[in-house]
Ligand binder design. Structure first.
Ligand code: SF4
Length: 203
């Protein structure tokens, strides 16, 4: 059985990580090495607590009334939740229908189970960093082949309406033209909910 490596659980969040009242579960590990990562704690599995999906659901269900009455549920972030795809598939199979699952992801992971997670999640909040492969690599240390693959999968399978795509303005890495080019590429692909924002970097 797969386990979720949990860094932290934050309850009673309101409209910050999806609809309604949510519980944010930060999962350990991330393949990227973003220069301005504000979650460096989550990059290490050593600081996490292994938790089977049914145990996590049992804990989260304390707030079932809030979820059901507001359209909320569990938001998985991190780190990169897709590293836990197998356990997430198990979690989604046992959760009640009226508890939503939201994923905050960069989509930069390649595994067979990723498609099942993308199919099953109620909402996807996707930080694409940049659609420019050179900027992406420079900022994260990795190429964006997986991200592009899963963005295409989402479009090909008609899942785009549950996606919000985040396009950050990254100090020292992106210019206005880069942001505009990313947004145009995403629109051409068929995405409509695109959120451009500034990374706030503490000097
Ligand atoms: S994707 Fe998120 S968690 Fe991973 S390195 Fe970048 S900012 Fe940090």
């Amino acid at each position: 059985m797969a386990v979720l490596n949990v860094i932290s659980v934050s309850r009673h969040r309101l409209t910050t990580d999806g609809n309604g009242v949510t519980t944010l579960v930060a999962l350990a590990g991330c393949p990227l090495k973003c220069e301005y990562c504000i979650n460096k704690d989550v990059l290490s599995a050593h600081k996490s607590v292994p938790c089977p999906p049914e145990k996590l659901l049992e804990k989260a269900m304390i707030d079932y009334c809030y979820f059901a009455s507001t359209g909320g549920g569990i938001t998985f972030g991190g780190g990169e939740p897709l590293l836990h795809s197998e356990a997430l598939v198990e979690f989604m199979a046992i959760k009640p229908d009226d508890v939503s699952v939201v994923l905050e992801t960069s989509l930069n992971h390649d595994a067979e189970t990723v498609a099942k997670v993308l199919d099953g999640a109620n909402e996807l909040i996707i930080d694409i960093k940049s659609m420019n492969p050179a900027i992406y690599r420079k900022y994260t240390g990795l190429d964006n082949t997986n991200t592009l693959h899963w963005l295409k999968y989402i479009i090909d399978n008609g899942l785009q309406n549950k996606c919000t795509i985040k396009v950050p303005n990254i100090p020292k890495y992106t210019q206005k033209e880069d942001i505009e080019a990313s947004v145009e590429t995403l629109k051409d692909m068929g995405f409509t909910k695109i959120n451009v924002f500034d990374y706030l970097v503490k000097e």
